[in-house]
Design a protein around this ligand. Structure first.
Ligand SMILES: Nc1ncnc2c1ncn2[C@@H]1O[C@H](COP(=O)(O)OP(=O)(O)OP(=O)(O)O)[C@@H](O)[C@H]1O
Ligand SMILES: [Mg+2]
Length: 190
């Protein structure tokens, strides 16, 4: 049975402005189900750049990327957006919660966008995720009424709403004193 959920083969990335610089050189690795991976490196070495490529948000690179056995090359933007919404949960340092919506609604949004479950069902699932993170009592607040750590947990709940097979985080703990855990990928479904 196939257990590789993400595979990168020979990934290189150049930035051309102001001069051409190769930031990633021939990066190859694969991630199995249930594996937890951290990418460690000094500031500016290319961790976020790699994450943008692995998450399919940056398509301007050399090499190949497979997610859940599917080759990402030649997929159009709509197809990639679908892959992201269905298979990948993101937790970034700056969590981009929308203050005009409640905490609950923020968590629901990717689920509503996916469109597989009814709004009622998505709401139920969102509550379940908030409970796992211990913040269900904050569900009806606006994100700007929460502490930093609570916001972080809302972002994690939101990343889990569609039961992604991969979770990616760019400094997901947001702890500026410890620039260690930059990227993690983990298989979440049973
Ligand atoms: N849009 C861009 N144009 C040109 N150079 C860029 C661009 N984005 C990033 N870089 C350069 O690419 C390199 C890698 O940047 P990246 O953001 O991936 O680093 P990082 O490892 O995530 O660093 P940090 O730990 O500080 O977040 C850096 O030298 C950066 O200056
Ligand atoms: Mg970075």
């Amino acid at each position: 049975m196939e257990s590789v959920i993400l595979k990168a083969a020979g990934i290189s990335k150049y930035f051309h402005d102001p001069v051409s610089v190769r930031v990633l050189k021939d990066v190859s690795f694969s991630v199995n189900k249930a594996e937890f991976i951290s990418v460690i490196g000094k500031s500016g070495c290319g961790k976020s750049t790699l994450l943008y490529i692995l998450s399919t948000m940056d398509t301007d690179y050399e090499g190949d990327l497979w997610i859940d056995g599917v080759q990402m090359r030649n997929k159009n933007e709509a197809e990639l957006a679908r892959v992201r919404n269905e298979k990948i949960g993101f937790v970034f340092q700056f969590h981009y919660l929308l203050n005009e919506f409640s905490v609950l609604r923020n968590v629901m949004l990717p689920g509503l966008k996916l469109g597989i479950h009814s709004e009622k069902e998505v709401e139920h699932r969102a509550y379940e995720k908030l409970k796992i993170l211990g913040i269900e009592n904050e569900a009806l607040k606006s994100p700007n009424q929460l502490s930093g750590g609570q916001k972080q947990r809302v972002a994690i709940a939101r990343a889990l709403i569609n039961d992604p097979i991969i979770i990616m985080g760019d400094e997901p703990t947001g702890n500026l004193d410890k620039k260690i855990v930059i990227l993690f990928l983990i298989y979440f479904k049973n």
